[in-house]
Design a protein. Structure first.
Length: 744
C-alpha cells in the first residue's frame, strides 16, 4: 500500500491522526517529571547493623565478617564493600546488572537472617535496603526563632515541619540537622550507690520494669468484654524523682536520694550553622520517580503557608540542587527552539520558497511533540539525557521532509500539477526516505542497549532519538506529500543558482577530476581525527560549573563536637574570604547533602563537618570556573592543622579510586600512606585522601577474673554498668515517659 498516495487522496484522516498525536504528545509532555538525571535501578543492596558503643575491631570480627561470609555465598555478586566505624557496620553488596533488584534484596535478607542468631544479642536488627540514587537531599532550609529555644525549635522541625513536608507529593524524607532532643536525665551519685551496694545497671533495670505501659489481656465485665491495660508511668520529672526503687537486697530507696533527676535535653551530637550563626536545619529528599522541580515548587508553597501560620519563625533556604536542574531545563529548551528555527532558516536558503519551507518545517514539531507521548508511556522523564537526545536529532528531523519536497519541486518544474507531482515524487523517493530513516534509527537505537552503568542512563537517550526519528519518517511519508499537494504551487520562473552554490559545484567538479588527491586528503583528515580523538579527555560526566560546592572536614578520632565546631568555624572564615563565596551552610555530625550514592557512607560522626557553599553564578565570574575556585579553597584550607580536607561533592569529581587490600592492617596503612604521598607528587592531582582511619583513643578495662569471681561479678555486669553509667543504656532499652504529643 502506498501510504503517501492514500494520504494525498484522503487528507482528513491524516490530519486528524497528527492532531491526535500532537495532543497526546502535549499531554505526555505536561505529565513528565523534570529531573537532573533519570532514575535508574541498580542491583546494589546495603546492610546497616548498629551496636552503639562497640569498637570497629569488635564489630569487624563479631558482625562484619559473619555478614560478609553469609552474603558471599549468593549468586551474581560483583563486589562487597564494608565500612566499619564506631557503633555501626555498613555492608554494600553490588550485584551484576542482569540481577533483578528485588531478587537481590530478598537474597541478601535471607543471607542476613541465616546468621542473625550468631550476631551479638544487643545488636539492633540489621536494616536491608536497596540503593536509591535519588536519596541525596535536593533542598536544605534553616529555621530560627527569637521566641523558641533550641529544644522547642527542634521539636517544631521534627513534628510540624516534617508532617507538613511529607504531605508534599514527591517528598521522600525529611531529616533534621542540628538542634537538640528532649530527655529526662538521671545523674546517679556514685558514693551513695556504693554505700547502698547498688549499681547503675540495677537502677536502670528497675526503671525499665516499673515505668511502662503493658497490655493485660481482656475480661468480661457488666455483660460486655473489655480490654485490660497496665499503666504505670509518671507524668513529670518530679514524679519520677519521688519513685521508690527496689535494690537487689530488698531495700527501698527514693530515686532522688541516689540521683539528681532533671527534665532537660540530650547531649548535642550535631550542629548546624548558617554563615556562622547557629540554626536548626532540615534536609528534604525526593522520592523515586518524582521530579526535583515539582518537589521544590510544592515544598516552597507549603513553607509559605507555614510562615503565614507562624510569623515568628524565620525559614531560610541554605542551598538547593533544584536551580541547576531548572536552569539546565530552560537552557536546553531554548537551544531546542533555537536549533529548530535555524534549521528552518537553512532550509529556506536552499529551497528559496516559503511554501516549500513551511511544508518542510512542519516536520519539526510534528516529529518532536508526538515523541513526548511515547516517552511518557515508557516512563521517561525530561532530564539531561533526553534533552541531549532531542537537541542532537532536531536538525535531522527535517531531512526526510526536505528530500520529499525537493523531489516534488523537481516534478513541479516539469510542468506537472501539485497533485501529480506529489503523487509521483513521493512514490519515486519513498524507498530512499525509508532507508535513510532506518539507517539513523540503526545508529541511535543500539545506545539503548549499552552495558554497564552508562547503559542504564543511555536507555532513554537511544529510545528518545529513535522515536523522534521514526515520527519524522511518518510525517515525511504521510503529511509532507499531502501538504505539498494542497499547498505548493508551480514555480513561476527559473531560479538562478546562488553564488555559493556555484562555488560548491566548482569544488565538486575538482574532486571528481582529481580523485587521488581527494582520497589522500580524506585519509589525512581521518588520520588527524583519530589522533585528536586520542588526546581528548575522557569521562562519564564532564566537570560541571554550577554555583555549589562542598568542603568536607575530618578531625582525628576522639575529637569532640566542640573541637569540630571550632575547626569548622575556622574553615568557614577562610572560605568566606574568597570573593566568589556568597553563603556557607555548615553541618557538623550530620547532614548528607552531596554524598556520593555509589559509596557506602555509614553513620554521622561528631568529628566530621560539611561546609556547603553557594558561589556566584558562572555568568558573574567570567574566566573563573568552579574548579578554579575549588583549587583556591584547597590552597586556603591547607593551614588547618591535623584536619583531612576534601573539596568537591565526590562522585564525578573523584576521577580515580585506588583500592589496596591485605591481611596485615598495619602494613596496609603504612603502604596506603606511601601511595598517597607518591600520588601527591603527580602534576594535576587536586586532592588525595585515604579512607584508612587514624588510631582511635580508647580506655580498656581488663577485669581481674579471680577477684571478680570472688565478688560474684561477671564481665557482662561490668560492661553493662560501665555503659549505663557513662552514656546510658541502649536506646531501645530506655523507659519512655509518655506525653500527649511525643514520648520522652
Amino acid at each position: 500500500m502506498n501510504v503517501s498516495a492514500w494520504s494525498i487522496k484522503n487528507p482528513i484522516p491524516a490530519v486528524l491522526l497528527f492532531i491526535m498525536l500532537t495532543l497526546w504528545g502535549l499531554m505526555g509532555f505536561g505529565g513528565m517529571k523534570i529531573q537532573n538525571f533519570p532514575d535508574i535501578d541498580l542491583p546494589t543492596v546495603t546492610v546497616t547493623a548498629s551496636l552503639p558503643g562497640a569498637s570497629p575491631a569488635q564489630l569487624e570480627t563479631e558482625v562484619a565478617r559473619k555478614l560478609e561470609n553469609s552474603i558471599a555465598t549468593l549468586q551474581g555478586i560483583k563486589h562487597i564493600y564494608t565500612k566499619v566505624q564506631d557503633g555501626s557496620v555498613l555492608v554494600s553488596v553490588e550485584f551484576r546488572l542482569e540481577k533483578p533488584t528485588q531478587e537481590a534484596v530478598d537474597d541478601v535478607r535471607d543471607a542476613v537472617s541465616r546468621v542473625r542468631a550468631d550476631l551479638p544479642g544487643d545488636l539492633r536488627d540489621p536494616v536491608i535496603s536497596k540503593m536509591n540514587l535519588s536519596g541525596a537531599p535536593i533542598l536544605t532550609y534553616t529555621v530560627a526563632s527569637k521566641r523558641m529555644d533550641d529544644e522547642a525549635l527542634s521539636w517544631f522541625v521534627d513534628n510540624t515541619v516534617t508532617k507538613t513536608m511529607l504531605a508534599v507529593k514527591g517528598v521522600g524524607a525529611v531529616a533534621r540537622v542540628g538542634g537538640v532532643s528532649r530527655e529526662v536525665r538521671i545523674e546517679l551519685d556514685p558514693a551513695r550507690l556504693l554505700a547502698l551496694n547498688a549499681t547503675a545497671a540495677d537502677v536502670s533495670r528497675q526503671l525499665r520494669s516499673l515505668q511502662q505501659e503493658a497490655s493485660g489481656g481482656r475480661m468480661d465485665l457488666g455483660g460486655g468484654e473489655q480490654s485490660v491495660r497496665t499503666v504505670a508511668t509518671v507524668k513529670s520529672a518530679d514524679e519520677l524523682a519521688a519513685m521508690d526503687v527496689t535494690l537487689s537486697d530488698g531495700r527501698h530507696v527514693r530515686l532522688d536520694q541516689i540521683a539528681q533527676v532533671s527534665d532537660t535535653v540530650a547531649e548535642r551530637r550535631s550542629a548546624a550553622l548558617l554563615n556562622g550563626k547557629p540554626v536548626v536545619g532540615f534536609e528534604i529528599t525526593r522520592s523515586r520517580g518524582a521530579g526535583e522541580v515539582e518537589v521544590a515548587q510544592g515544598v516552597r508553597a507549603k513553607l509559605d503557608e507555614l510562615k503565614a501560620k507562624h510569623p515568628d519563625i524565620e525559614i531560610t533556604e541554605a542551598f538547593n540542587f533544584v536551580d541547576p536542574v531548572e536552569e539546565n531545563y530552560h537552557g536546553s529548551m531554548y537551544l531546542l527552539y533555537e536549533g529548530a528555527i535555524l534549521a528552518v532558516i537553512v532550509v529556506f536558503f536552499f529551497l528559496r520558497d516559503w511554501r516549500a519551507t513551511l511544508v518542510s518545517a512542519a516536520a519539526l514539531p510534528l516529529s518532536v511533540i508526538p515523541a513526548f507521548g511515547f516517552m511518557h508511556l515508557l516512563g521517561f522523564s525530561i532530564n539531561v539525557v533526553t534533552l541531549l537526545s532531542l537537541s542532537l536529532v532536531v536538525g535531522i528531523l527535517v531531512d526526510d521532509a526536505i528530500v520529499e519536497i525537493e523531489n516534488i519541486m523537481r516534478h513541479l518544474a516539469m510542468g506537472k500539477t501539485p497533485m501529480e507531482a506529489a503523487m509521483e515524487a513521493a512514490d519515486e523517493i519513498g524507498l530512499a526516505v525509508i532507508a535513510t530513516t532506518f539507517t539513523l534509527i540503526a545508529v541511535f537505537l543500539p545506545t539503548a542497549f549499552m552495558g554497564g552503568v552508562p547503559g542504564k542512563f543511555f536507555v532513554q537517550f537511544g529510545w528518545t532519538a529513535a522515536i523522534a526519528v521514526f515520527f519524522s519518517l511518518v510525517v515525511a511519508r504521510m503529511l509532507t506529500p499531502m501538504m505539498a499537494a494542497y499547498i505548493l504551487q508551480p514555480p513561476k520562473g527559473e531560479h538562478g543558482e546562488p553564488g555559493w552554490m556555484r562555488v560548491y559545484l566548482g569544488w565538486a567538479r575538482w574532486c571528481l577530476k582529481h580523485r587521488v588527491w581527494t582520497f589522500l586528503i580524506v585519509v589525512g583528515f581521518l588520520g588527524g581525527s583519530f589522533f585528536l580523538a586520542g588526546r581528548l579527555p575522557t569521562g562519564f560526566i564532564p566537570p560541571d560549573d554550577l554555583s555549589q560546592t562542598q568542603v568536607s572536614l575530618s578531625l582525628p578520632p576522639g575529637s569532640t563536637l566542640q573541637q569540630t565546631y571550632k575547626v569548622a568555624e575556622q574553615a568557614r572564615e577562610l572560605v568566606q574570604r574568597n570573593p566568589h563565596v556568597k553563603l556557607v551552610y555548615t553541618a557538623i555530625g550530620g547532614g548528607a547533602a552531596g554524598s556520593d550514592p555509589f559509596m557506602p557512607q555509614g553513620s554521622a560522626e561528631v568529628r566530621k563537618a560539611t561546609l556547603t557553599i553557594n558561589m556566584t553564578h558562572r555568568k558573574a565570574r567570567p574566566g573563573v570556573s568552579k574548579q578554579d575556585i575549588e583549587g583556591q579553597l584547597r590552597k586556603a584550607l591547607e593551614v588547618l592543622p591535623g584536619v583531612r580536607v576534601n573539596v568537591g561533592f565526590g562522585g564525578s569529581a573523584e576521577k580515580y579510586i585506588l583500592v589496596l587490600s591485605g591481611e596485615d592492617g598495619q602494613a596496609l596503612s603504612a603502604h596506603a600512606e606511601v601511595v598517597a604521598r607518591e600520588l601527591r607528587t603527580i602534576p594535576g592531582i587536586g586532592n588525595v585522601m585515604s579512607t584508612s582511619s587514624l588510631v582511635r583513643p580508647e580506655l580498656i578495662v581488663r577485669p581481674d577474673i579471680a577477684r571478680a569471681a570472688d565478688l560474684g561479678v561477671n564481665t557482662a555486669a561490668i560492661a553493662d554498668t560501665l555503659r549505663i553509667a557513662t552514656v546510658g543504656d541502649y536506646e531501645q532499652g530506655l523507659p519512655k515517659r509518655p506525653r500527649a504529643d511525643r514520648p520522652v
